[in-house]
Write a protein that binds this ligand. Structure first.
Ligand SMILES: *[C@@H]1O[C@H](CO)[C@@H](O)[C@H](O)[C@H]1NC(C)=O
Ligand SMILES: *[C@@H]1O[C@H](CO)[C@@H](O)[C@H](O)[C@H]1NC(C)=O
Length: 238
């Protein structure tokens, strides 16, 4: 009943993976810089990713260029789409980030990290070719939610119900890929909302129930002994 090192690190995520420019969607050919911001900078980290083709590959292996304290991808390609996270030797130490690279001409810029309940969130619908913002339509879970003449939309005081799959559309240019927006509890400080206490609780309750079972068995054994002995003692006194 001891936490493994891996579980320990899940419980105490100490780093935050940031993406610059801050977007979870990119056009083919875009530049991106990923970096791990740690509480304890001496611990050391590597950036890893899962794509549809490869699992847990490290920055600098078949992709990316390790820079000072970041990992840069000069020209994003479709096969760079995937889940990215930071890892130390002991296991994952950061949030995970989903990046999508598209050959389409429209992207939705939505927050990469989970959004805190009550915050304002701005979504931007961008084309590859036009520098200025164009009118755009925004969709959540497949339904039109708003049409905005300026191409960006702010959701004020987000709540759990704003969580979902978002995309946008610019007339004459097309539709963006979809991205998931996660809303976390206001009181949560670590990115995964519920992973900090339940494992500890379940370990404790597990230890508790083992103790309980052991006690129960002991009691039953003791009880049997008493029951077996009593008649003998009684017959002797007669
Ligand atoms: C990455 O892929 C491995 C192997 O398929 C899997 O065990 C792991 O959960 C994946 N990680 C993420 C963050 O998706
Ligand atoms: C990444 O995207 C995939 C596909 O949309 C989704 O299933 C997965 O939950 C996402 N992971 C994260 C960490 O957002």
């Amino acid at each position: 009943m001891v936490l493994t090192v891996h579980q320990f690190f899940i419980l105490t995520l100490t780093a935050r993976l940031t993406v610059s420019p801050s977007s979870s969607q990119f056009f083919k050919g875009d530049f991106v810089s990923l970096s791990c911001e740690e509480d304890d900078s001496s611990a050391g980290w590597t950036l890893r990713r899962n794509t549809s083709k490869q699992q847990r590959t490290q920055c600098g292996s078949t992709w990316g260029k390790p820079a000072d304290s970041s990992c840069n991808i000069g020209m994003m390609m479709h096969h760079d789409s995937g889940v990215y996270w930071c890892e130390s030797r002991e296991g994952p130490i950061s949030n995970m980030v989903n990046l999508t690279v598209t050959g389409r001409s429209v992207i939705l810029q939505s927050p990469v990290l989970p959004v805190m309940e009550g915050d304002d969130v701005t979504l931007l619908c961008k084309t590859k070719t036009t520098p200025s913002n164009l009118p755009a339509a925004f969709y959540k879970d497949g339904s039109l939610i708003r049409k905005q003449p300026t191409g960006h939309m702010t959701i004020q005081h987000v709540s759990r119900s704003d969580e979902g799959l978002y995309k946008c559309d610019i007339s004459g240019h097309g539709e963006s890929p979809s991205s998931w927006i996660t809303v976390t509890d206001k009181h949560t400080t670590t990115p995964p909302p519920t992973s900090s206490s339940p494992p500890v609780l379940s370990v404790l309750s597990c230890v508790g129930s083992v103790c309980f079972v052991v006690l129960l068995v002991l009691l039953v054994l003791l009880g049997r002994r008493c029951v077996h002995r009593k008649p003998e003692g009684e017959t002797q006194t007669y």
